[in-house]
Design a protein around this ligand. Structure first.
Ligand code: GLY
Length: 397
């Protein structure tokens, strides 16, 4: 009898351990990559015959929303396909990565947008890194020259938007940090220091004006085009001028981490660490570590999440963990892993063949504009896959 009781207790103990044991992170990563691959291939086939279309989101009526190459997100789907091809080099993934990358090419001549880094570096940049197609290099360099037309030496920054001229003379948004990798890359490839100098000036000007004492950031800083001084600090997609719009914080974190990697400059690494500290310790970061759309949203917890902000953050935190080898780097990696586990749970990761073939659910594009609220977004999927691959690479070493 005694023996039976001990056996029962042992079995119960083992059951409890197996129920509470976390899935190994390597299995989480593979599951995420498999789902993303399956969904991306279905999406690629869906739009295969619509020659200038890219997936964007899901409309309120449940149908797929697409864009052409001019939308700032055109590079994300081809970029995601390149990442998935890098992970699993099949001819089919390569065919679609090339097909959708080619669709972005006309963007190289755009001079009315600052988003060329997003559009070209995610698509052609990943494609060039992986496939070494020399034409891709030409496209990227042409794009870098187009982006350089938006740099003003008085302001020492790239102009983000041409609109709203009466209010904002020279608006620069925190998101613009993401375009600088096209410049750091172009500078190395062409030996033209103009690009790296522009990237450096823009990043330093942004440190000077976009950040509050707690290292949260404003969304829009408009400069006086004559004096080069900041004259207005506001929001566009956040709750209020003084709030911390979640994706904006993620762009800043990613941008300075990338600049630290590209330049080895201590100032950028310190900035990235400060932003990471602000985000990791924020009292409104929920238990599953997927931010609400704005850290200061008064309706928290009854307000939408932004899975795209979590994916961007996770990818940046993984990279930062490799640049800061101290306690903060370790904390960054732990938080990123938690975010990846959450994003890869049924709460956020779609069941294959649902979600209009996007991988992630629950992102928020522009809540104050009542646009893209609690929807899939192409950039959430791109940075999710990037984060999965970054973590996979670390685990392999
Ligand atoms: N760059 C625009 C956004 O993050 O929504």
């Amino acid at each position: 009898m005694k023996k039976r009781t001990s056996l029962l207790l042992l079995a119960a103990g083992l059951l409890l351990i197996s129920c509470t044991k976390q899935e190994p992170v390597s299995a989480v990563i593979e599951r995420g990559l498999q789902t993303a691959t399956r969904q991306a291939l279905l999406m690629a086939k869906e739009l295969e015959n619509q020659e200038d279309k890219f997936p964007k989101s899901v409309k309120p009526d449940g149908t797929l929303e697409t864009s052409d190459y001019r939308w700032w997100c055109s590079g994300f789907f081809p970029g995601e396909l390149w990442y998935l091809y890098e992970n699993n080099p099949t001819p089919e993934l390569k065919k679609y990565a090339e097909m959708y990358t080619q669709r972005v090419e006309p963007a190289k001549n755009l001079t009315n947008t600052h988003d060329l880094g997003f559009m070209l570096f995610c698509s052609f940049g990943n494609g060039y890194r992986i496939a070494q197609n020399p034409h891709y290099k030409d496209v990227l360099i042409a794009g870098a020259h187009s982006l350089a037309t938006r740099y003003n030496p008085t302001v020492c920054a790239i102009k983000s938007w041409d609109s709203n001229k009466n209010v904002w003379q020279y608006p620069v948004i925190i998101d613009n940090m993401m375009n600088l990798e096209l410049f750091t890359w172009a500078s190395k490839e062409t030996d033209n220091q103009m690009f790296s100098e522009m990237a450096h000036s823009h990043a330093m000007k942004t440190i000077e004006n976009h950040f509050r004492p707690d290292f949260s950031s404003y969304h829009v800083v408009s400069y006086d085009a004559i004096t080069g001084k900041a004259h207005i600090k506001q929001t566009h997609q956040g709750l209020s001028d003084e709030s911390a719009w979640a994706r904006g914080q993620a762009w800043g974190l990613y941008g300075y981490t990338m600049m630290a990697r590209e330049t080895g400059d201590k100032e950028y690494l310190e900035q990235a660490c400060h932003i990471a500290t602000f985000l990791m310790n924020h009292p409104n970061l929920p238990e599953d570590k997927i931010p609400y759309w704005d850290f200061n949203a008064p309706a928290i917890p009854d307000t939408p999440r932004d899975a795209s902000a979590a994916a961007i953050m996770a990818s940046a935190l993984i990279e930062l963990s490799q640049l800061d080898k101290g306690a903060l780097g370790k904390q960054c990696l732990e938080l990123a892993e938690q975010q990846i586990r959450s994003l890869s749970s049924p709460e956020y990761l779609a069941k294959p063949e649902t979600n209009r073939y996007f991988a992630l659910m629950h992102s928020t594009g522009h809540l104050p504009g009542n646009s893209e609220v609690d929807v899939p977004l192409s950039y959430a999927d791109y940075y999710y896959v990037e984060a999965l691959l970054r973590l996979k690479l670390i685990l392999a070493h």
